[in-house]
Design a protein around this ligand. Sequence first.
Ligand code: ATP
Ligand code: MG
Length: 216
Amino acid sequence: MLIVENIHSYYDKSHVLEGVSLRVNPGELVTLLGRNGAGKTTTLRSILGIICPRQGQIHFNGQALVPENRGIFRLLTVEENLRIAVRKTSRWQLEDVYGMFPRLKERRRNAGHALSGGEQQMLAIARALLNDPKLLILDEPTEGLAPVIVDELVKILRKVKDDGLPVLLVEQNLMVCDKLADRHYVLEQGRVVYEGSAAAFRADPTIKNRYLALSA
Ligand SMILES: Nc1ncnc2c1ncn2[C@@H]1O[C@H](COP(=O)(O)OP(=O)(O)OP(=O)(O)O)[C@@H](O)[C@H]1O
Ligand SMILES: [Mg+2]
């Protein structure tokens, strides 16, 4: 599905990713964890081709799609924002995403700028789904959201996963990761320092203390 092999990415002269390898298999939800500045967003940018690694390879079967900056048109309504993303060939149509996100249906006539942070995040994910992605990539979707909204997002992401869409999730909220992930990677200073199944990660609290304590 997605295979990242030994990529080295730079910002100008600064060597940020020093040989990152990871993979997302069909149907998997994989998290990329790590403290602030570890290189998580840079890894996603490299996968999306926003920056070009100077070494290494990325194999990807299909088109990735990220809600960049949530990418919402502030002056359009929720429904207008959704309609421009609809594709006749997608397995997710307008009614499907309204079924998944009842909150968006309730607010379908509201303007994009009138949504809460959590609603904007839902709209961004809904738009990504309408676009028929082969892989959903999310960079800290729950950041700054109230706990009830985080729970709603977790349910939605679980549905996405159950529908068979693979997900690569950067997330600092370990509870969210624990509820959703099949596997985890931990990045530290641009390197993968841990890789393991959700069960192995859960069973070994020293990993969290060693690599994540400051950001948990
Ligand atoms: N546009 C940029 N130009 C120069 N350096 C950058 C740029 N973006 C990030 N960096 C640096 O690259 C390193 C990795 O940053 P990155 O944004 O990938 O971290 P992150 O793991 O996503 O962190 P966070 O959890 O804070 O989002 C950091 O040292 C950061 O300062
Ligand atoms: Mg980041």
